[in-house]
Design a protein around this ligand. Structure first.
Ligand code: T3P
Length: 199
């Protein structure tokens, strides 16, 4: 039989709701300041859009996700945990978590492991790949909400499945990208895997 399909799952924006928690914390901490409602988000980096509201707002935005506890507190995206478990149980499919820590790594790195342990369990530690360059990681599919993923390997080995998020819903697909609109049973994630398997 052919080799297993290797699927790389991004964390923030795909399994964990970075955007929702960011906005909630920002509004709680800075109720008097302007903010960007989720439906007005554009561009991958939330801070970039907040800097456009003012230097001080951008600095405050940075502080929100650099804070201790932020990455651990993220809520799972609807259906993500169930889908990840089902995918990992599929015959002939190997699932890995492929996530980039923020540059201020102090809390982020350990909390990403804690989050995975909390929501998926100890056996998932084996699947964890932390890297700032996802292009050098081998895989058949990378499911990620960041539209332009670049790095040392061009083109990367994997096909990019752009996971829909507020910030990328109007982005035009490029190259071999395909889109996945969420993890609910009828989102079609299984079809994307099956199609890749048959290539
Ligand atoms: P992941 O690779 O799991 O998506 O940039 C480092 C991580 O923080 C990366 O995680 C993406 C996430 N992140 C956002 O999702 N939005 C942002 O605005 C920033 C700054 C980071």
């Amino acid at each position: 039989s052919p080799r297993n399909l290797r699927v790389l799952l991004d964390m923030d924006g795909v399994l964990a709701d970075f955007e929702g928690q960011f906005l909630k914390n920002f509004r709680e901490k800075y109720p008097q300041d302007p903010f960007v409602p989720l439906e007005d988000r554009s561009g991958f980096y939330v801070t970039k859009q907040y800097y456009a509201l003012g230097q001080d707002i951008g600095t405050k935005a940075f502080g929100i996700y650099e804070e201790k506890g932020f990455f651990l507190s993220l809520q799972p995206i609807e259906g993500a945990i169930e889908a990840a478990r089902e995918m990992a149980d599929m015959e002939g499919v190997d699932v890995y978590i492929c996530t980039s820590p923020i540059k201020k790594y102090t809390h982020c790195v350990v909390e990403k492991y804690q989050w995975l342990d909390k929501h998926l369990g100890k056996e998932w530690m084996e699947r964890m790949i932390l890297t700032r360059d996802k292009t050098v990681i081998n895989g058949d599919l990378l499911i990620d909400d960041k539209p332009n993923i670049t790095g040392g390997m061009s083109p990367p080995q994997w096909q990019h499945v752009l996971f829909t998020s507020w910030h990328n819903r109007d982005v035009t697909l490029q190259g071999g990208q395909v889109r996945l609109d969420g993890w609910l049973p009828h989102s079609g994630w299984r079809d994307i895997l099956e199609r890749k398997r048959q290539e």
